[in-house]
Design a protein around this ligand. Structure first.
Ligand SMILES: Cc1cc2nc3c(=O)[nH]c(=O)nc-3n(C[C@H](O)[C@H](O)[C@H](O)COP(=O)(O)OP(=O)(O)OC[C@H]3O[C@@H](n4cnc5c(N)ncnc54)[C@H](O)[C@@H]3O)c2cc1C
Length: 312
């Protein structure tokens, strides 16, 4: 039976939705345990999602880089006998996955959109033009999984907590994180976790108000093309695409974005894509499920108003 180990960073003792998804996915592979960096209170939440054992890290571990966290996860792999390690698909998790892959001589598959019970990992490549399935032949496989791969579901067990202490020389302490500042909250969902994203591009011409209004009516996150972020119309952390955030929401509304290959690379695996563009030949319409040829400054406010009316 596969032993799955889920790597979770929890600064506040809670689980984010994508971490709940990883735990749910882990259970579909086999018995599931957790390598937990951060607040050990998250072990209880992990047990609610079926984690039989939560391995907790030394308190100072989060102050060091990917190599330190990989050393901890490697020890958790050894103790749990895990053959599959699942991480979220963030930049920092991918860095840990890479170091872990080297340490364990394991196969590493990133950007996974679905994972079969036999470990076959599906990913969407070349700006979504192809779907590939990858199998790892090593004793351990490491996967970084995109949000929304599964619906999270609880399966409570009486989980056990096991603290892992690492020897002094297990990782380099040469570089240490000395301070962290929480990003001011926008009140909107995180881009990488959002079920709905409304994104704007050059077509907004500096005015994100209609995009933000529709996002707020839908409880959505706001995304952007690189042109919009490069122009300073919105922060760089809102950029979707090859060099931005790669997203996979249930619904992606693209407004005033042409649909360049680098933008598509970040959103093509969205379940439903709606595009609003004045140019009927815009490439975004090639991948859109619903296309509206029109001015976003007319279409988006109309949509917001109609949704508000239907919500009552
Ligand atoms: C190495 C590299 C990496 C890159 N990484 C990224 C990335 O991560 N993400 C990304 O997005 N781009 C990325 N790019 C840039 C990418 O190639 C495109 O230049 C960019 O995506 C275009 O942004 P846009 O669609 O907003 O602008 P444009 O391509 O200029 O398109 C604007 C669109 O808005 C429409 N429009 C104009 N006015 C309106 C209106 N009032 N209502 C409705 N529609 C309107 C136009 O018809 C047009 O289709 C990268 C490029 C390179 C070279």
């Amino acid at each position: 039976m596969t032993q799955a180990l889920i790597v979770i960073a929890s600064p506040d003792g809670t689980l984010k939705k994508n971490q709940q998804e990883l735990l749910t996915l882990g259970r579909s592979l086999g018995e599931t345990s957790v390598a937990l960096v951060g607040d050990a209170a998250a072990a209880e939440a992990a047990a609610a999602f079926g984690a039989v054992v939560s391995y907790t890290a030394p308190a100072e571990l989060g102050s060091f880089g990917a190599a330190a966290q990989a050393a901890f996860v490697a020890e958790a792999v050894a103790r749990s006998g895990a053959t599959a390690v699942l991480l979220e698909n963030s930049v920092s998790a991918k860095e840990i996955a890479a170091v872990l892959g080297v340490r364990l001589n394991a196969g590493v598959v990133t950007d996974v959109v679905s994972l079969a019970a036999d470990g076959a990992a599906t990913k969407s490549v070349l700006a979504g033009a192809y779907t590939t399935v990858a199998n790892s032949r090593g004793a351990v496989a490491v996967y970084t999984v995109k949000s929304h791969a599964v619906e999270p579901s609880e399966a409570p067990v009486a989980g056990r907590v096991e603290a892992i202490e690492l020897p002094q020389d297990a990782y380099s302490t040469a570089a240490r994180v000395v301070s962290r500042a929480a990003k001011p909250k926008s009140g909107r969902p995180e881009l990488s976790e959002a079920r709905i994203i409304v994104a704007g591009g050059r077509g907004v011409d500096g005015d994100f108000a209609p995009v933000e209004e529709l996002a707020d009516v839908l409880g959505a996150a706001v995304g952007a093309s690189r042109v919009a972020t490069d122009n300073g119309w919105i922060g760089h952390d809102s950029q979707v695409g090859q060099t931005g955030v790669v997203v996979s929401p249930q619904l992606y509304i693209s407004a005033g974005i042409s649909g360049a290959v680098q933008q598509k690379a970040g959103m093509q695996t969205s379940r439903v894509i709606v595009a609003v563009n004045t140019d009927e030949d815009a490439p975004v319409f090639e991948i859109a499920d619903f296309g509206i040829v029109g001015d976003l400054f007319t279409v988006l406010p109309q949509a917001s108003e109609e949704i508000r009316r239907r919500k009552g």
